[in-house]
Design a protein around this ligand. Structure first.
Ligand code: HEC
Length: 142
């Protein structure tokens, strides 16, 4: 049986958590407004490291091991993917999106796009050693 008092304290905790969430949302909205040319973006990722960006942004669809997934949608494997040889291809996809692949050009800055593209091209069985630069990413933005 749940007592009234434990219910009350659970509700009190919940509203504290809700207030905290609102505070975080307000702070990040304020930060987004003050940050650079893509200020209309509702969120920005702060990680600069390709692996961390992959885990946080891409792995949900392409899976942590890059093998992709199929089910409600088809998420192509990035592992052993010959299409990654042409570095401009993944840069374009990450910046502009394509079909069910969202565009990340607003959420990620040039350095972050380059970092995550360099990460996927050098991992998951891919061994393309030429590196994408921030200038390559700039050129892919329109
Ligand atoms: C919401 C799910 C989703 C997320 C998140 C996502 N992708 Fe994708 N990605 C897709 C889908 C779906 C496609 C296939 C697009 C198509 O049909 O042309 C794709 C295609 C790709 C391709 C082309 C693969 C090929 O064989 O043609 C690359 C490269 C890629 N994604 C990289 C990334 C990277 C890097 C990230 C993280 C910055 C990322 N994706 C995040 C869904 C996603």
């Amino acid at each position: 049986m749940i007592s009234i008092s434990s219910l009350k304290s659970a509700l009190a905790k919940l509203s504290k958590a809700a207030l905290a969430a609102i505070a975080v949302a307000a702070t990040s909205a304020a930060l987004a407004q003050s940050s650079g040319p893509f200020s209309s973006s509702p969120f920005r990722f702060t990680h600069q490291d390709g692996e961390a960006i992959y885990r946080n942004v891409c792995a949900g669809c392409h899976m942590p091991d890059g093998r992709g997934a199929s089910g409600a949608g088809a998420y192509p494997a990035l592992a052993r993917n010959a299409k990654l040889e042409a570095a401009g291809y993944p840069v374009l996809l990450v910046v502009n999106g394509q079909k069910a692949m969202p565009a990340f050009g607003r959420a990620l800055d040039d350095n972050q796009v380059a970092a995550v593209v360099n990460y996927i091209r050098a991992n998951f069985g891919n061994a393309y050693t030429d590196r994408v630069s921030t200038d390559d990413v700039k050129a892919a933005r329109h």
